[in-house]
Every structure is written in structure tokens, then in C-alpha cells.
Design a protein around this ligand. Structure first.
Ligand code: ARG
Length: 559
């Protein structure tokens, strides 16, 4: 129920749009005076009256009904009281009816959102820096689908560049089939690292030649490159499964090599391409940016050139309404330049390109820091977190049957939640202990709350027909939270901010726990009250499960 819209609909203010009124309505920090409040200060100028008087007049004319039971003026504010029982009836029956679709909508029907995320580099480590793009992107994918959009997940693989010539040269010198098969991506990465520290002039020349061979389609070179790519994809696939992310396309940088020509041609026709020190660039000086390099002086394309071709390809192929790039803020300039170039080319869809930037993740734990430039593999962080989760769970509940399975959900969830629980642009310092704190603002706290709700419901067994009663304070706070879920999902999509859903889940779990500790459920004073509370428990479990599922985090039944 969108109370703000409901109130705005019934509250005409001369010269002010309904949407504007709805937006001005807020939830006061202290709800004893009202569940919603409209500050009337902003209307004083238009109406040429004091806020106090405006509030009084509006209160007198507001038609209270079964939804909003009261409108009262207090010091320039108009306070609304919700019909609590009415809300309980409406929300509980809606959650019961819609179940795992509660919060979903058809808002985005007929519209497509491309989401470029994770976008790993072939033969390079899948490291902690990829955590955010992978889980934020995965969450956005599910959120948009939940809202009826068609989501297209794209893994824009880093699979093109001179480094692959180096890799082949290194492999030829030091590698062998068996080692690479056994060591997989680690072995390939080691070869690459070794090349960078030990390669001779001669090997550098070889590397350039191998890269040329890849480009000209030489069978052996391309074959080797494809093997490296396959090994990388096999490796990341296992991690994607753990993190519950999927992709519709793995079209990486190399995919665009033969698609750059027409785009470069277009740049030329528009007169945007200029020469600068032998390179072909788009001058962005009038916009306060460095030039966007399209072709290097040796004629080679760049990361940006491939991105330019990719944007056009995506527009043609998917006819997107939005194309999101979930990429760290270090690439802010790159995307600003890219979007500007497309705008200068006269493409109206340039405005639909969005860089969804996020902050850095580092580990608090010194034992696995980046000492000696050592990279932290995401897999190691996940495994370590699952191990820790297992030992905590074993200690807390030694009798639990499927401990490993639960530890997997808890440990993986904790790592993911680390990247999802704060505003995405913030830098994050990940701490295993904090992430696995059962009493913190953590995923495990939410999961534990779900398990608690499941256990209450299991103990109750069959329950009779629910009669909705007048909710007490704790019950009402919880119901209001549950009612907010659909709007939270929409806001998360609008702001590309899955953290809204994460915060929502923490907040709702806290409200459930307050209810759980203050109100007796199974020992309620009457059968009616027990059933009412059980249905509230069931509804909470549904909503928290929906929230965690959107984030890609598993929900154990028992913990
Ligand atoms: N592979 C790149 C990196 O690791 C990220 C690619 C992001 N996507 C894009 N279309 N540029 O930095």
C-alpha cells in the first residue's frame, strides 16, 4: 500500500502537484503522533499563509476513512494515523496471496536493461576487487527482473590485448599442458606474472609476434588462447554458482574487434576524429576531459574503442532502455568520456548509459593482505568465511544436521552482504568477525531471524483460520516494515542501490525480533491472538526470504 500516494490523492493543495505532495510526506522518527507527516512549510509561499494555518485547514478538510483514520495539525505539520487493523488485513493477505512474488511488479514490462557486470579478465586472478561488481550486478539483475524488466547480464570479458601474446610466450618457455591442466587459472596467472618479471628482450619480441598471430587467426596461437579462456571461464563459473549469478552473454572485448570499423567510420563522418601525436582521438577538451583515444599511433585499438563498439552493438542487439556498467569508481573518467563521445555522435540513447560506480573492498584481516603485491583471490575469502561460519555454527548448535550446507549459505552470504549492505560508493573494509556476527547488522542476523521464524512455524504445526486483530505497537511496526518492501525494491532499482534492500532486511529482522521477544507467539493469551501472530511470523519469513533472494543470499531453514 502506497500510503503517501493515497494521502496525496485525497489532499488537494492549490498549485501543488499530487506527486510533489506525496514526495513531501515523511515517516516521522517518533510515530506516537502519527504514522506519516506532511510538513506544510514548503507550501507557505505558494499559498501565502502560515504553515500552522495551512496544516489546520488541510486537517479540517481531509476525509478520514478506513485507511487513514485521522489527520491532525500540529505546529505546521499535518499528522496522519493509519488504520492499523486495516493495514494488517491488507498487507498480510497480500503477502499470503503473492508469496514469493510479493514486491514484484510489471513496472518494467516491455523494457530491457543491459547490465555489464563482473567482467573478469582472462588468465588474470578473480580477486576481491571483483566481489562488488559481481554481487551488485547479480542483485541488480534480479531486482530488475522482479520488477518486470527484461534483464540482460553481460560479462564483458577482458580477453583482448598484448598480454595474451606474453602469456603464450611464457607458456612456450616455461609451461606445459599437464601443469596448466592441474593448476588451472592459478598456473596460467603464474606464467603471466613470471613473464612480467623475467622476460628477456627476445621473449618480449616473441610475445609481440604471438599477439600478431592471435590477431591474424593463426591456428596454434588462437587455440592456446582459447584454452586459457576456457580454463578461466571454468574457474569463474564455479564461483558464480556459489554467488548465484548468471550471465546471458560472455561477449568480451575480443568479440568487438571486427565491430569497431563501422563505429570508427561513423566518428570520421561526424568529423569527430582528430589526429593527436599520431593517434586518432576525440577531443573532449571543451568538456574538461582528456581526449578519448580511439586508435593508437600504431593503429591498435584500445579498451575504450572496444567499449564504444560494444555500446553500439548492445543498442542494436538488445534495444535497451538502460545499459548499466557496474564498474569501480576508478573508471569514472573512462565512462564519462565514453558516454560523451556517444552523445557527440548524436545518439539519443547516450543518456541511457549509466556507470553504476562502487567503492573498493579491502580486508581488515592482515594475515591475507596484499603484502608483496600478492593478490587476494575471492575464492580464498569465500572459503575462509565458510570455514569460520562452520566453526561458529558447530559451536552454537552442535546437533544441527546439515551443518556444511548451512555454513555455505552463511559464509557465502556474509561475503556477499559485505558488498551489499552499505551505499555502494563507499569503500569497504571487510572483517570476517564483523560479517559473521549473529547480533550485528549482518546477513547471518537476517538468516538467523528467518530460521527463528521457521522454527516457530514448525512448532506451531497446523494453524487455524487467521482473524486479523488490532495490532499492538510491536506488531504494527513490523507490519509497516513489511508494507514498505515493494517500494524499497522499486527505490533500489531506481537508484541502482541493492543496499536499500539489505538495509530493509536488517531493519525488518530487528522489528521481528522485537516483536518476538516482547509478544508471546505460541504462548499467546488466546488462540485467536496466537494465529494472528503466527500469520505475522509467516509473512515476515516470506518477505525476508524475498529480500535475501533478490540479493542472491540463501536462507537456511534451521540454524
Ligand atoms: N575487465 C575490466 C576490468 O577488470 C572491466 C570491464 C568493465 N566493463 C566494460 N564494459 N568496460 O577492469
Amino acid at each position: 500500500m502506497d500510503y503517501k500516494a493515497y494521502i496525496a490523492e485525497r489532499l488537494p493543495v492549490e498549485g501543488v502537484k499530487k506527486e510533489e505532495i506525496a514526495e513531501s510526506i515523511a515517516v516521522p522518527p517518533d510515530t506516537s503522533l502519527g504514522d506519516y507527516a506532511l510538513p506544510c512549510f514548503k507550501f507557505a509561499k505558494i499559498l501565502r499563509k502560515s504553515p500552522v494555518l495551512i496544516a489546520q485547514e488541510l486537517a479540517a478538510s481531509y476525509p478520514a476513512d478506513g485507511v487513514i483514520s485521522e489527520a491532525a495539525a500540529v505546529n505546521g505539520y499535518l499528522n496522519f494515523k493509519v488504520n492499523r487493523k486495516g493495514l494488517a488485513e491488507e498487507i498480510l493477505s497480500r503477502i499470503e496471496r503473492e508469496g514469493e512474488r510479493y514486491g514484484a511488479s510489471s513496472l518494467g514490462a516491455g523494457r530491457t536493461v543491459c547490465i555489464d557486470y563482473s567482467s573478469v579478465n582472462v588468465a588474470k586472478p578473480f580477486h576481491i576487487g571483483h566481489l562488488s561488481t559481481t554481487v551488485l550486478g547479480g542483485a541488480l539483475y534480479r531486482i530488475f527482473e522482479f520488477l518486470g524488466y527484461k534483464a540482460v547480464g553481460i560479462n564483458h570479458l577482458g580477453d583482448y590485448g598484448t598480454q595474451f601474446g606474453k602469456l603464450i610466450a611464457a607458456y612456450k618457455h616455461w609451461g606445459n599442458e599437464e601443469e596448466v591442466l592441474k593448476g588451472g587459472i592459478h598456473a596460467i596467472n603464474d606464467l603471466y606474472v613470471r613473464f612480467n618479471s623475467e622476460a628477456t628482450e627476445e621473449m618480449e619480441a616473441e610475445a609481440r609476434e604471438y599477439f600478431r598471430l592471435i590477431e591474424s587467426g593463426d591456428k596454434e596461437a588462437v587455440g592456446l588462447f582459447n584454452r586459457f579462456k576456457e580454463l578461466t571461464l571454468d574457474y569463474v563459473q564455479k564461483i558464480y554458482e556459489k554467488l548465484h549469478v548468471t550471465f546471458d552473454s560472455y561477449a568480451g572485448e575480443s568479440f568487438y574487434i571486427d565491430k569497431m570499423g563501422p563505429v570508427i567510420q561513423k566518428l570520421k563522418e561526424k568529423g569527430l576524429l582528430v589526429e593527436s601525436q599520431g593517434a586518432q582521438v576525440v577531443d573532449l577538451e571543451p568538456y574538461g576531459m582528456a581526449p578519448f583515444i580511439v586508435l593508437r599511433s600504431d593503429g591498435a585499438s584500445l579498451y575504450g574503442t572496444r567499449d564504444l563498439a560494444a555500446a553500439f552493438y548492445r543498442k542494436q542487439t538488445y534495444d535497451f532502455d538502460k545499459c548499466l556498467y557496474v564498474v569501480a569508481y576508478q573508471q569514472n573518467l573512462h565512462f564519462k568520456q565514453l558516454f560523451k563521445v556517444i552523445e557527440l555522435m548524436g545518439e539519443p540513447w547516450a543518456k541511457d548509459l549509466v556507470h553504476v560506480a562502487y567503492g573498493m573492498v579491502s580486508l581488515e584481516d592482515g594475515a591475507m593482505s596484499t603484502r608483496q603485491g600478492k593478490v587476494i583471490w575471492l575464492e580464498d575469502v569465500i572459503n575462509r568465511c565458510v570455514e569460520k561460519a562452520l566453526s561458529i555454527i558447530t559451536e552454537k548448535n552442535p546437533a544441527l544436521e546439515n551443518k556444511e550446507e548451512v555454513a555455505e549459505k552463511v559464509g557465502v552470504g556474509a561475503v556477499m552482504f559485505g558488498a551489499l549492505c552499505n551505499n555502494k560508493i563507499k569503500d569497504i573494509v571487510f572483517s570476517y568477525d564483523k560479517a559473521l556476527n549473529f547480533d550485528g547488522e549482518t546477513s547471518v542476523y537476517i538468516q538467523y531471524t528467518c530460521a527463528r521464524a521457521s522454527s516457530v512455524l514448525a512448532k506451531a504445526g497446523e494453524r487455524g483460520e487467521t482473524v486479523i486483530l488490532q495490532p499492538c505497537e510491536q506488531e504494527f511496526e513490523l507490519i509497516k516494515a513489511l508494507a514498505d518492501f515493494p517500494d524499497t525494491v522499486k527505490a533500489a532499482a531506481e537508484k541502482y542501490e541493492p543496499s536499500y534492500i539489505a538495509r530493509f532486511a536488517v531493519d525488518t529482522a530487528q522489528k521481528f525480533n522485537k516483536f518476538y521477544f516482547d509478544c508471546k507467539i505460541l504462548q499467546a493469551e488466546s488462540e485467536e491472538l496466537k494465529n494472528f501472530r503466527l500469520s505475522l511470523t509467516k509473512a515476515t519469513l516470506t518477505v525476508l526470504t524475498n529480500a535475501l533472494t533478490l540479493l542472491g543470499i540463501g536462507v537456511p531453514e534451521k540454524m
